[in-house]
Design a protein. Sequence first.
Length: 247
Amino acid sequence: MSTSAILLLSLAAHVLGQATHSNGIPSVGVLFSGNIQDHYCTASVIQSTHGNVILTAGHCISGTGTNLHFAPGYHDGEAPYGIYPVTAAYVHPNWNKDHDIEYDFAFLTLGEGKHDGKSVNVQSVVGGNKLITDGGYKYNVEVVGYNDKEQKPVQCRVDTYEAKAGQLGFNCGPFKGGTSGSPWIANYDSHSKHGNVVGNIGGWHTGGCTSGTSYSSHYGSGTRSVFDRANAGGHGDTVRGGASSGC
């Protein structure tokens, strides 16, 4: 069988879905530095001891990350649940060494934000999703992400599969630049708007070369170890930037 025929069979096995614009979900939001409407990556709240940990892609961070802010549930120029400053960034040593695609994730800690006139941690306002590691490759997930400059997120319910280089993949779009870091939420409950995070847009080609196919690093013990550091709130990392998609 020819290479082109094999590719066509692979595409047929994973039909391209269509993402739609929505008002998003409270625990997913934008990362930005400066003007909130110039957001450039997506992040999500992860259940943690102190209620102040979010997840994004490793390639979204350069330096300490303390120039960034997070706005959960952002849409139409509004930050309905407050804005929270990043206080530290944590990545896997292999990401900092050579941008190993197996480790394209970052956990960030946040300071308190203002909501309803009170100083609060982010999880107390929007809740958090549970981090799942050492799982499989096949899930049904809800994916929410913010394309660059767009004022509403795109959202898709889609099945994942085992992709090249040991990555997870899904076919749904358009997930363009800006959606890096978007959480892949399994067991998503549409009423509570929470679930289990099993991946984030990143990894192979920093998430994919086309807007219709996205990838994620496969979460394992290395993911858990980085989360544990963020959860403990110790000294953060200075993250090596400049990861190339190679597209």
